[in-house]
Design a protein around this ligand. Sequence first.
Ligand SMILES: [Zn+2]
Length: 215
Amino acid sequence: MNEQRRRSTAPAEVIACPDCDLLQEIPPLPPRAKACCGRCDCVVAVHPPGPKDLPLALTLAAAIIFAVANFVPLMDLSVIGRAASTTMAGGALEMWKQDEALAAVLIAFCAVLAPGGYLLFMLTVLLGSRSTPAPHWVGEMLRWASHLRVWATLDVMMLGILVALVKIAELATVTPGIGMYAVGILIVLIPAIAVTFDAHGLWQRIVWADGEQPR
Ligand SMILES: [Zn+2]
């Protein structure tokens, strides 16, 4: 650890263990490395694998697929003698018209607003932080990210899609459309963004509000 610190020009950083609160110095980590707490062995810092621009590439790809998933029919519906297709937002609107307000709000929030908001948020942070030093508003956004992350998880999105399918299946026979395959790709891409995003490295490049430059 000491040798590594001497070799690098970047200084060690002090981080509190999320489990036991022990403050410890973390040296700059090589790719794929992680630092564990000296007392309880909890992981305190991770350097994600892959090139620096990988999270941005994944987020751009996910944003395009998200647009496809929302504009291309998610499912084809057939009610005796009548066939129709609907998108995720269309499904929510249909639920609203059927007086299923709770299902409509769940679908709209979980399957459209939460993942869409998450992708927009990540795009803003990743594009805003392409320069070094990164502007201080990126730091403000990162602070919010920890609160928003809960709402942008895959479970939330899956819940929305599940509610949509179950509720709509009560009204009609459902066959998956192209949009459903797009959702399948999103289910892989969204966690990949989180795995490759280096929040730790980004924090070290942010200009503080008082104008102090990163060391
Ligand atoms: Zn600890």
